[in-house]
Write a protein that binds this ligand. Structure first.
Ligand code: E4P
Length: 216
């Protein structure tokens, strides 16, 4: 399972990269705005900086919702760097655009996916990644991982090539569940990735080893 970091923060991307486990980055308009990135030139420059840090795919999301505009915006994003994956929302014009990008050699990540039906459409259109938002589903009182289980099952049965990218991760357990369900990728905040590291018995065990090491 690949590990993507879900942020536009350069320091956090660098930290995850330096850990040696980073396979890519996902961003969205909210994450870019959080970093204070404003205006077309600044956006392009910021994506370039992310691509320079990471060895792997970098999802950059379109703001447009009309087919022609999505195509124009997506072409510009894809031209920034070969690592850029054009992130397209799961709407009617988005599905049409994903098919167009697929036919024209531009890789896509279909975002804002909340149902198996949407995941089937994304795969049919040829998206490289499909992004079910597990945390937001959990927040609304449903089970996000149930959707991941359904999508991975359908994709396997139907032999769809689209990779299941589990998004909207809220905690380390989401990452473990995604691995158990055979997801291809998770995209997570740095805190949940680092959360995988900790166990109190590791801390207690290490303290004892260090204490005993002094007697050697
Ligand atoms: C996916 O690619 C999105 O950027 C992201 O995972 C959304 O997460 P959130 O629900 O924490 O905003």
């Amino acid at each position: 399972m690949k590990f993507f970091i879900d942020t536009a923060n350069l320091a956090q991307i660098q930290e995850a990269h330096d850990l040696g486990i980073l396979d890519g980055v996902t961003t969205n308009p909210s994450l870019m705005a959080k970093e204070g990135v404003k205006g077309a030139d600044a956006i392009i420059e910021h994506y370039r900086k992310i691509c320079e840090i990471v060895d792997g795919d970098v999802s950059a999301e379109v703001f447009s919702t009309k087919f022609e505009d999505i195509i124009e915006e997506g072409k510009k994003l894809a031209a920034i760097h070969k690592k850029i994956i054009v992130k397209v929302p799961m709407i009617k014009d988005g599905v049409k655009a994903i098919k167009w990008f697929t036919d024209n050699g531009i890789a896509t990540n279909c975002t804002l996916v909340f149902s198996a039906g949407q995941a089937i459409l994304a795969a049919k259109a040829g998206a490289k990644y499909v992004s079910p938002f597990v945390g937001r589903i959990d927040d609304s009182g449903w089970d996000g991982m149930e959707l991941v289980s359904q999508i991975t099952h359908i994709y396997q049965l139907q032999n769809y090539k689209t990779e299941v990218l589990v998004a909207s991760i809220r905690n380390p357990n989401h990452i473990i569940r995604a691995a158990e369900l055979g997801a291809d990728v998770i995209t997570s905040p740095l805190s949940s990735i680092l959360g995988l590291l900790y166990h109190p018995l590791t801390d207690i065990g290490l303290a004892k080893f260090l204490e005993d090491a002094k007697k050697m």
